[in-house]
Design a binder for this molecule. Structure first.
Ligand code: DQA
Length: 143
């Protein structure tokens, strides 16, 4: 089974960025541990601060992998273009957030992408990513 993890803007700074919200562990360290927890899954990971680059990556992997874990960061709340890209590809996309966006500022409660995604997992810290991978594995148990 192949899973892509795509991170949007500022997620490269997790560990240093607002640690009271996003925690102290770096994204690279977390993703290394995540990959080692699922030896039967082939992972591709990607991060960009640029909306168009995220769309390019969704298009690049979106007809090949079995699932995508997407934390679009702040683009979650604004990007119709990312929502359209998710709808355009065949791989199921799980929307993920480290923080509990529903209990934060009102503008974070809006997701432009959620209706294009198969599930939303938020508020479990970095463990939201592992939960999303588990969700995708359960959906494709024979791959
Ligand atoms: C985030 C929540 C977003 O509102 C924010 O803009 C982020 C991170 C999260 O993982 O909790 O950059 O997606």
């Amino acid at each position: 089974m192949k899973i892509a993890v795509i991170n949007g803007p500022n997620l490269n700074l997790v560990g240093r960025r607002e640690p009271e919200i996003y925690g102290h562990m770096s994204m690279d360290e977390y993703l290394c541990g995540l990959v080692s927890q699922f030896p039967d899954v082939s992972f591709v990971t990607y991060q960009s601060n640029h909306e168009g680059d995220i769309i390019d990556e969704l298009q690049r992997v979106g007809f090949d992998v079995d699932g995508i874990v997407l934390n679009a960061g702040a683009y979650t709340h604004t990007s119709i273009a990312i929502a359209d890209a998710i709808r355009a590809i065949t791989a199921p996309v799980v929307e993920v957030h480290i923080s509990d966006v529903q209990s934060r500022e009102p503008y974070r409660r809006v997701s432009m992408i959620k209706d294009a995604c198969v599930a939303v997992i938020a508020g479990y810290g970095l463990d939201s990513y592992r939960r999303a991978v588990e969700w995708l594995i359960e959906r494709h148990p024979n791959d």
